[in-house]
Ligand binder design. Sequence first.
Ligand SMILES: [Zn+2]
Length: 392
Amino acid sequence: MIEVDAEGVVAFTQALVRIPSTNDPMRGRDERPAAELVEAKMREWGWRPEVSEAAPGRPNVVAVVEGGGGDGPTLMFEGHTDVVTEGDLSTWTVDPFGGEIRDGRLWGRGSADMKSGLAATLYATRALQLAGSFPGRIKVCALADEEGLMLGAHHFVSQGLTADVDGAIVAEPEAGEICAVAKGALRLRVDLTGKMAHGAMPQHGRNPIPAAGALLAGLGTLQDELQARHPAHEHLGEVYVTPTVLRAGSEEQVNVIPAVASVFVDVRTIPGVEHKVVAGRVAALAAQEGISSEVSILVDRPPVDVPTSDPVVAALAAAHRSVTGEEPVYGGVPGSTDGTVLTHWGGIPSVVYGPGGKWIAHQADEFVEVAEIVRCTRVFAEAARRFLNGDY
Ligand SMILES: [Zn+2]
C-alpha cells in the first residue's frame, strides 16, 4: 500500500474547515481564502499551480503533477473549495468553522462536503509522487462555485483543460460508494400572461391563475407518464417533476385579476430522459387558450451515466477493494456535481467517491469520520496508481 501522510491530511482538512469559504458573495464571502490555502500547500510541495478566475475573485486552482515515468494517461482529481452557508447557528452544537475533532469525527461546515475529499486528493497525489515515478500525470483541481452555478467547472471546461484528461475522480461525500451515475436536473420557469381586470368584471380580463392550476395538474400527469416510460433506476430511483414556486396576484389586491402567474418546476431525471423533450412537454401544457405562455430554462444539467467498466471507475473499484478489503458498493448521486459538467460539457468520464456521509452535506453539525479521511486518501493514491499504470 502507498504510504500516506495521515496526520497531514487530517490537519489540512481542519485548516480548510476553519476558513469560512461560504458561497455567499452577497455577504462578501466566497472560496478565495480556501483556494489560497490549497495553492500555498501545492507550492510548499514544489508543484506549480495555475490560478484562473472563474469570475472576479472566484479562483480555480489547478496543478499538474508529472509522474516522470514516461507516457501515460492523465487522471484528474476534482474538489470544490466553496461550502454552503452555516444556516441557522442555533441548530449547531459545535462551531461550524471550528474544525474541532471529537469522538473520532472532524466537525464543521464543509468537513464532509467537501474539504476532506479535497484534502484527500492533494495528499493522495503527494503520496504517489513521493513513492516514486509513475506514467502519465495527475491534474489536481480545486474549483470554485460548485454550490452555486458551477462557474468553476464551466470555466475549467471552457479553458480546454479537460482536453487531455482521460478520467476524473470527483471527491464529493458518498459514504464510500462508487457513484458513476448521477441524476439530472432541469429547472424551468413558466410565465403565463393573461389580461388584468377588476375582480367585479372578470369578463374583461383573462385570468392566468386557472391556467396555472391546469398546468400544475398536467405536471402531475407528466410525472406519472415519465415514470411509466422510464422505470426507476437501480441507483437513482424515479424521475420527478416537482412544482416548487407558485406566484400570482397580490394579497393587497384581492379584487384584481392579475396579468401574470408564474410556476417554477424542478425536474429530476435519470439516464434515458431527454431534457429537451421534457421542456417541450411542459411548454405544451402551458399553452392554453387566451393565455400566452413562455418557458425559460434556468438550469439544465443532464444525468450522468458512466459505465462501471470505464477505466477510471474500474481503477477506483480495484483500489477500494485492495485498500479496504471490502467489495465496492455502487451508488448514484441524487443531485448534480462538478462531474456533471466535466462529463457533459468536457466530454470526460467522471466518477464520484469521497469521505463523509451522503446525507450529512448541507446540514447542521456536519462531520466526517477522521478514519474515513485517511482511508479515502489511501484509496485515491491506489486508484491513481492503478489508473495510470493500466492496472485494474
Ligand atoms: Zn460538494
